[in-house]
Write a protein that binds this ligand. Structure first.
Ligand code: HSE
Length: 435
């Protein structure tokens, strides 16, 4: 194996880029020993050269344009940390792959949209396209699915894939803080996306889930196949009710095989408090894999932030240094199959439903009748008269937990309850995941 340094070009020197450059310098000797050759950053590109950073960029060749960095003949590996599902990230990655450079990227948005095309280009040019940092921060979930479990048939992959959302839900639950206060802290700590609605509305999780589903089930990565709901409708009342009923609320991404196809869904989810996934608090991510014989396998670790992401990027660079190259999605891109999407209306499981019911005789009977019409059976029903009961005669929060039923049945029953005019506002519906 070559002992000449592997020369790295880094496009995008924000939180992650700066952490990566620092880590490569700090780990210089250890990296050379582990990977068989030194790893050296030689060139960088960023939007603003003059921006104040903790690291000094003067010793690196500067490219104002990431595509020019991708063409730099003195660079062996192009590291893309620009983000976004279009140019300049896409143009720069394509240029790098086509000029025979391996690419390491953390860009989940781009992979969720153009992953198959980029993988095909990488394969044609016999170079690596590595993206461990795109999902789960420091958790080596891409490698686990692609290589570690290459011999297992998987049934379900699910997890907490967005540090920002888990951080917000955990602090709201534990410290009784408002959503906005927690979001501001997540932004200050560098967890959130440039536009935090991507985090809160579940799109960041959806992109990561689409990548995991492709690795797990050998399907073409396709973000459009993911059903998405975010956490902005979750209220302190839901967190409190969940707690009292023995659950926690987590934003989960779930990809699972069903007889109707592959379900890919992102939504706030009730998980039993005693499960592994319910213990995961703060910015930590976790992914659980269900596969025959090794069920369940859970990986937990820091999911966002400069150091966590840089750790995964560096592991991908290490593979290139060692000469390890795998098909980006675990099999040749031409062999990835189209996703057979299971319709969300046919999703089956338990449901938490919170209604604001009019405090009048017959309301409970009407709700029960509408549920019964859809064959929905109730595990529990709680009418709350605590702090939330607004005033005497005003609407009363009622919380229903159903046994397994279908999404379609729940939607139909609640539409009928709405037409009956026995509730005010929109019911809150949270799916319960079996763990
Ligand atoms: N905004 C993302 C998160 C960053 O909060 O998890 C890591 O992908």
């Amino acid at each position: 194996m070559s002992s000449s340094p592997l020369k790295i070009g880094v496009a995008g020197v924000g939180t992650v880029g700066a952490a990566l450059i620092a880590q490569i310098a700090e780990q210089r000797a250890a990296l050379a020993a582990r990977c068989g050759r030194p790893i050296e950053v030689v060139a960088v590109s960023a939007r603003n050269r003059a921006k104040k950073r903790d690291i000094d960029l003067v010793k690196f060749r500067w490219h104002a344009d990431p595509v020019s960095l991708a063409h730099d003949p003195g660079v062996d590996v192009f590291v893309e940390l620009i983000g976004g599902n279009g140019d300049p990230a896409r143009a720069a990655i394509e240029a790098a792959l086509k000029s025979g450079k391996s690419v390491v990227t953390a860009n989940k948005a781009l992979l969720a949209k153009h992953g198959v095309k980029l993988a095909a280009i990488a394969e044609r040019h016999h170079v690596a396209l590595n993206f461990e940092a795109a999902v789960g921060g420091a958790i080596p979930i891409v490698k686990t699915l692609r290589e570690g479990l290459a011999g297992n048939a998987l049934d379900r992959v699910y997890g907490i894939l967005n540090g920002t959302c888990n951080y917000i839900l955990s602090r709201m639950e534990r410290e009784g803080l408002t959503f906005d206060e927690c979001l501001k802290d997540a932004q200050r700590l560098g967890y959130a996306e440039a536009d935090p609605t991507f985090d809160i509305e579940g799109h960041d999780t959806a992109q990561k889930l689409a990548i995991l589903a492709s690795l797990a089930f050998g399907t073409r990565v396709d973000e459009r196949a993911v059903y998405v709901e975010g956490i902005s409708s979750i209220t302190p009342a839901d967190l409190l009710a969940a707690d009292e009923l023995g659950y926690r609320i987590k934003l989960l991404g779930v990809a699972m095989k069903t007889p109707k196809g592959i379900e890919q869904r992102v939504h706030p989810t009730m998980v039993r408090k005693e499960t592994a996934i319910a213990q995961v608090m703060g910015v930590t991510n976790a992914v659980t894999i269900d596969a025959a014989g090794i069920n369940p396998l859970t990986l937990v670790g820091p999911g966002a932030g400069g150091k966590a992401t840089a750790s995964a990027v560096l592991s991908d660079i290490g593979d290139v240094a060692r000469g390890v190259r795998t098909a980006p999605f675990g099999r040749p891109s031409a062999r990835l199959t189209p996703v057979k999407k299971a319709p969300m209306q046919r999703h089956e499981g338990g449901y938490y439903i919170r209604l604001l019911a009019r405090d009048r005789p017959g309301t409970a009977a009407t709700v029960a009748k509408r549920l019964a019409e859809q064959d929905i059976s109730l595990e529990s029903i709680v009418q709350r008269h605590g702090k939330e009961a607004v005033k005497a005669g005003g609407p009363v929060p009622v919380i229903l937990i159903t046994y397994a039923t279908s999404e379609d049945a729940v939607r139909k029953a609640l539409a009928a309850v709405g037409r009956d005019r026995v509730i005010s506002g929109r019911p809150q519906v949270i799916r319960i995941e079996k763990n």
